[in-house]
Design a protein around this ligand. Sequence first.
Ligand SMILES: Cc1cc2nc3c(=O)[nH]c(=O)nc-3n(C[C@H](O)[C@H](O)[C@H](O)COP(=O)(O)OP(=O)(O)OC[C@H]3O[C@@H](n4cnc5c(N)ncnc54)[C@H](O)[C@@H]3O)c2cc1C
Length: 281
Amino acid sequence: MSEIADSPVFVPTTLAEAIQIVKRNPRIPLWAGGTWWAQGRSTPEQDDDQLEGPHGAILTLHAIRELKRVVRSEIHVDVGAAVVVARLREAGSRFLPPVLLRALERTGPPPVRNLATLGGAVCIPDQILPVTLVLQLLDTRLDLRRGGRGHTLALANFRPNPGDILTRLRIPLTEWSNWSLNSFGTIWPRGDNSLTVAAVAHVEKGSVQEFRLGLLINGETILRLREAEMDILGRPVPLTERDQRIILTPLQQHPLYGSHLDDLGRWRATGAVRQFLRRLG
Ligand SMILES: Cc1cc2nc3c(=O)[nH]c(=O)nc-3n(C[C@H](O)[C@H](O)[C@H](O)COP(=O)(O)OP(=O)(O)OC[C@H]3O[C@@H](n4cnc5c(N)ncnc54)[C@H](O)[C@@H]3O)c2cc1C
């Protein structure tokens, strides 16, 4: 490990070293690609009390090789938290689900994607990014370390916490015959009327075998329709107007649809979902 002289920047080269540093300084800010910090958070001292490190210290993850591996099996891919988005996009071009490849392409302009890490994208504390919505739809699980202890949880249940180090994301390599990813409004920096609609489905032997849909509203709230997702399974394609309503009606009756979307947002959400449903098959 190197601790840069007269500079409160810790540069561990192993995960074990990083864990020891975080154990001693549980509130030390972690710096992965640094692109979120760079947006008005150029020095951690400026940040809110919750994330401020001791004497402005930071811990960078870029020298930890364990966090930069991509390991693929038949059924999933394990992505180290410090894997850079552009590298993952390139390395995974032949095996990652296309909806995820598209989401990775949209994590910012090329200079940002060349620095930003997948772990940093899901750990941003003040905003949910579209790529996180997509990873949730794919049932991604996270490995985290707090002190000496590790735990695994679904991304859908994850909230970033000072003191936790995200080490790995496990992404299932499910086959999807249909997918769509539509974003409206200003995604970054977070706009008040932004909306992302993501959907994946698998159609085989003329009927819907898998279906998942998620809406990310204003970069802060995710709307899912888990019951309706189950109800549509087994329906023959192309879906009838009546079968489309299995999804559209609960969407339009969802409390968030009424309270968090304005007329334009509701029109966009319904339009994007209807278009996806009509194209199944
Ligand atoms: C100019 C610009 C344009 C952008 N445009 C877009 C866009 O169009 N679409 C989009 O989706 N996003 C956009 N972004 C956001 C960008 O995708 C995020 O800033 C990036 O994904 C964050 O990753 P990072 O590795 O740089 O994280 P960092 O800035 O290093 O960290 C982000 C947060 O995550 C925490 N963290 C990082 N790694 C870990 C870990 N392993 N364990 C625990 N906590 C961790 C950090 O402590 C910090 O709180 C843009 C950003 C910039 C600067």
